[in-house]
Design a protein around this ligand. Structure first.
Ligand code: NAD
Length: 323
């Protein structure tokens, strides 16, 4: 199959492209490199430089590629930034997304795999979180992703565009070649590893008075190669659906720090800061639905090997991609 990958120069899109290519498919990456990196694009893929906000560019790119399916990773994805600049999130994640699905309909593309998020649920009423939970986002990032899920539903009903919403929990880890290098790094594991690399003095803990056993937030980490495997399985799906994707186990920020200390051999000192607005205390996935319907199972169910793969990549690329 030929897969059109928006955001393929970013963290998750780069590893998904690599795995799709390894599975024998063809990949066209569409990215404006606002957050991604040219050298994060697998050399076997075709890279089109373009912006989703430019309707002509995305229409021409999709029409020219004539893909069998689109995987849509391109977005702005910082919860805290969305709490101060909601406009950026609604414009890029919703309006940019509409340009893309209009281009898909125009070019006759029938399958669309969307990078959604557990942030669409907000603060969950129940853990582990399955797909039946009410979606009540508590930040504009999560709201923008939920709005786009709802728009996709109408495009299926009206245009027959089959969508698979993959609601990721916290993506983590690296492949041998590609890893996590966000321009503004706020994700827990790379922030901690930067301390172990000697690039930051202390790891930051945002809040230690949450209603969790050690008072710090609890998150569910999923290896990006496991995420990639789910995308490849989703290509075989013929009707629209939403799936949660996580390892099913929650780790507190302090537990993540302990594992990172073990992996890196560095004491990783910490500083406790104020809680960040828009951060729910506990997010843990039930991935039962995708396991039973598509046969997906994580190859990295444990956190330590996930952090080990991230650490190996960061040691090889202490300054990230450098572009
Ligand atoms: N990282 C996570 O833990 C996580 C969790 C849940 C969901 N997600 C979702 O997964 C997707 C990928 O996340 P990531 O961590 O790889 O982010 P990322 O920032 O590394 O990648 C996003 C890519 O999209 C590109 N992009 C952004 N806006 C664009 C535009 N208008 N036109 C063209 N390209 C554009 C960026 O240059 C970048 O390469 C996002 O949609 C995000 O919301 C991520």
């Amino acid at each position: 199959m030929h897969i059109f990958v928006t955001g393929g120069a970013g963290y998750i899109g780069s590893v998904c492209s690599e795995e799709i290519l390894n599975a024998g498919h063809q990949v066209t990456v569409f990215d404006n490199l606002s957050e991604g990196h040219r050298s994060a694009v697998d050399p076997r893929a075709t890279l089109i430089l373009g912006d989703l906000m430019n309707r002509d560019e995305i229409f021409a790119a999709v029409k020219g590629a004539r893909p069998d399916a689109i995987m849509h990773f391109a977005a702005n994805a910082l919860v805290s930034e969305s709490m101060t600049n909601p406009s950026k999130y609604f414009r890029n994640n919703v309006s940019g997304g509409i340009n893309l699905i209009d281009a898909a309909v125009d070019a006759g593309v029938k399958k669309f795999i969307f990078s959604s998020t557990c942030a669409t649920y907000g603060t969950p009423e129940k853990i582990p979180m399955d797909e039946r939970l009410a979606q009540k986002p508590i930040n504009p990032y999560g709201q923008s992703k939920l709005m786009f899920e709802q728009i996709l539903n109408w495009y299926d009903r009206i245009h027959g565009l089959v969508y698979i919403n993959l609601r990721y929990f916290n993506a983590a880890g690296a492949s041998d070649k590609f890893g996590e290098d966000h321009r503004i790094e706020s994700h827990l594991i790379p922030c901690i590893l930067k301390v172990a690399l000697g690039q930051r003095e202390k790891a930051e803990i945002y809040g230690e008075k949450y209603t969790t056993p050690d008072g710090t937030c609890i998150r569910d980490f999923i290896h990006i190669q496991d995420l990639a495997a789910a995308h490849i399985l989703a290509l075989g799906r013929e009707t629209s659906v939403s799936y949660n994707l996580g390892s099913g186990e929650g780790f507190s920020v302090r537990q993540v720090l302990d594992i990172a200390r073990k992996v890196t051999g560095h004491p990783i000192p910490v500083v406790v800061k104020e809680p960040r607005p828009g951060d729910p205390p506990r997010l843990v996935a039930s991935s039962h639905k995708i396991t039973s319907e598509l046969g997906w199972r994580p190859k990295y169910p444990r956190l330590q090997p996930i952090i080990e793969s991230a650490w190996a990549w960061h040691q090889k690329h202490p300054n990230g991609y450098g572009d």
